[in-house]
Design a protein around this ligand. Sequence first.
Ligand SMILES: Nc1ncnc2c1ncn2[C@@H]1O[C@H](COP(=O)(O)OP(=O)(O)OP(=O)(O)O)[C@@H](O)[C@H]1O
Ligand SMILES: [Mg+2]
Length: 247
Amino acid sequence: MKSKGIKDYDLLNMPVKEAYNALRENVRAYNKEEDIKTITVLSCKPREGKTTMAINLSISLARINLKVLLIDANLRNPVSVSHFHNNNNDIGLTDYLTENVSTEDIIYKSTIENLYCISAGTKYPNPSEQLTSIKLTELLNVVRKRFDFVIIDTPPLGSAIDGITIAAQTDGSILMIKSGNVQIQTLREVRTQLLNFKIRVLGTVLNRVDKREFKRHYSDYSYFNNKKNFKRNLAESKKSNKVKLHG
Ligand SMILES: Nc1ncnc2c1ncn2[C@@H]1O[C@H](COP(=O)(O)OP(=O)(O)OP(=O)(O)O)[C@@H](O)[C@H]1O
Ligand SMILES: [Mg+2]
């Protein structure tokens, strides 16, 4: 199997490390109860921290000896080139969806033990159409048998349907929200969209909360909330006074 480097993040920063570990434990708890394995990372707007979270969550899971696959499904603005230390001509998800390419050809072993990745692949027109291919369903079926967890990074919901298309085929999703960045009305619309497509939101992560706020509230950091709390979170995120990850 070919291998690739992956940028390791600042896991020595204790509050951040703690937050990712807690997120990991919540994900594992879901997995134990209901065999939740394939997880899509979503956000309403660009640059809310999806990729950062997808990579760190994947690393956090891999570090406790779980076999993890990270898929870059942001076909519009792939991050794999920089984050996976990719070569521009490496094949990936789009090549699998459109060409006669096997899973072995696109799954790379990363430099982190137990962590594997699939990069976005060659840029083709109409990424949304590619994602409706039956081959995506086939790929997810294959990888869910081979890995303990599959984490999928997507483009923001506001700019493309891709996140919804993928999330509708995975066991659950995590919604990343950058503190103070998203209007409550936008969150309500996204929630309706997710409900309409029967997408299961495992929880929300409120990202980049002010450090002073973190210090004031860190004893109360419930950064990963279950579906029951989702509605309440929408209201709370407006106030932005619950600390999840700080930046
Ligand atoms: N908790 C944080 N603290 C500090 N910086 C952060 C944090 N989370 C993300 N960032 C930074 O914010 C920027 C955007 O993050 P990232 O690329 O993960 O967002 P994204 O949602 O994947 O963006 P896109 O929608 O473009 O794919 C990056 O420069 C990243 O390093
Ligand atoms: Mg991204």
